[in-house]
Write a protein that binds this ligand. Structure first.
Ligand SMILES: *Cc1c(COP(=O)(O)O)cnc(C)c1O
Length: 369
């Protein structure tokens, strides 16, 4: 049997930069700058410059950054935030944490991102914000969405947790909304050696308040202006992310290579392949194919030692934790169909041509049988 192909290969990436990472961690240890610290401050500057925003703040997770985004917009009990039911649950957590209600809108069949055509209809007098996700690393269609938001006077929060390095009409995502949030969870395109997140904005008032909320609601130590949180990024994560950010453009190019090869090799299969809209360059955080016989195909890949995953098997409106919202199966048919058909294939910068060909060969065998 051929070598297994892991779904993710974090060891391969770490090996390729191990000496730099060791050095950066050692420097942080020598300084004992464990919470935020100079390496995190430097990373914040570098990441803001990379994305093209005035400010970036390091958080201890993407979820924390999303939570703070809701607080910055003064979203609270009785308020509504329009978002997608087809995402990782943390997008909705942020809304729930502040006591507000996630208002779901169905997705587009192609990108599987929030359908901008459906957003306007979902706006009510209680709507306080719109929070779309650049799902799988493919940007959502920003222009129509920003136009609706502007017309209605609503802020937009970009959940860019999967989209480091993705561009919309040539510009990196994360700088379009009023606030954007990134995750640096190890499996993301830019991953820490632990938990991490980032909040980006061009708004100086948001930056100031987010900085305070991240650190116990204080800007002067032991004086607390409002109830705050301990959401600081760890010094070691800032150091490691600073090292990794330098490699990110190359890693995105490598992800694009893998996606392109899948595209060529799988074009003659019955699969629905992910594709880029004319306005977008995906960061290919995930490569998600679709097919009605997804479960059988997944079983075959599992048997053949090829890692694959489901993003996401159960849409948020049908999750137990959101039963209180009163949704039924059938409420968001495009989302529910995507959840039944989606299958994430292995994709990472270090993936070899032989590995890509092996994944393709097993898929071809499946459809020949
Ligand atoms: C990973 C992810 C998050 C949460 O980030 P964490 O750093 O794991 O807290 C939020 N939204 C989306 C779309 C994600 O993929």
């Amino acid at each position: 049997m051929s070598d297994p192909v892991p779904y993710l290969d974090l060891p391969a990436q770490l090996r390729s930069i191990r000496a730099e990472v060791d050095l950066a961690i050692a420097r942080t240890l020598d300084r004992c700058s464990f919470c935020l610290g100079p390496d995190t401050v430097q990373f914040e500057k570098d990441f803001a410059a990379y994305i093209g925003t005035k400010h970036a703040l390091g958080f201890n997770s993407g979820t924390s950054a999303l939570h703070i985004a809701m607080l910055l917009l003064n979203v609270g009990p009785g308020d509504e935030v329009i978002t997608t039911p087809y995402t990782f649950v943390a997008t909705s957590w942020a809304i729930s944490y502040v006591g507000a209600k996630p208002v779901y809108v169905d997705i587009e069949d192609g990108t599987m991102n929030l359908d901008p055509k459906l957003v306007e209809r979902a706006i009510t007098p209680r709507t306080r914000a719109i929070m779309p996700v650049h799902l799988y690393g493919h940007p959502f269609d920003l222009d129509p969405l920003l136009a609706i938001a502007q017309k209605q006077g609503l802020p937009v929060v970009e959940d860019a947790a999967q989209a480091h390095g993705a561009t919309y009409k040539g510009r990196l995502v994360g700088g379009f909304g009023d606030i954007s949030c990134f995750s640096f969870y190890p499996g993301k395109n830019l991953g820490a050696t632990g938990e991490g997140g980032g909040l980006l904005t061009n708004n100086p008032a948001f930056e100031k308040r987010a900085r305070s909320l991240r650190e116990h609601g204080s800007s002067v130590r032991y004086y607390h202006d409002e109830v705050g949180y301990n959401y600081r990024m760890e010094g070691i994560q800032g150091a490691v992310l600073g090292v990794k950010l330098k490699h990110l453009p190359r890693w995105i190019a490598e992800r694009r290579r893998v996606a392109q090869r899948y595209h060529e090799l799988l074009a003659d299969t019955p699969l629905q392949l992910p594709r880029e809209e004319a306005y977008a360059q995906s960061a290919w955080c995930l490569y998600v194919i679709r097919h009605p016989r997804r479960d059988a195909l997944k079983a075959r890949l599992d048997q053949s030692g090829i890692g694959c995953a489901l993003h996401y098997p159960l849409p948020l409106h049908l999750q137990k934790c959101y039963a209180g919202l009163g949704h039924q199966p059938g409420d968001f048919p495009v989302t529910e169909k995507a959840a039944r058909e989606c299958l994430s294939l292995p994709i990472y910068p270090e993936m070899t041509e032989a590995q890509i060909q092996r994944v393709s060969a097993v898929i071809h065998e499946f459809f020949r049988a």
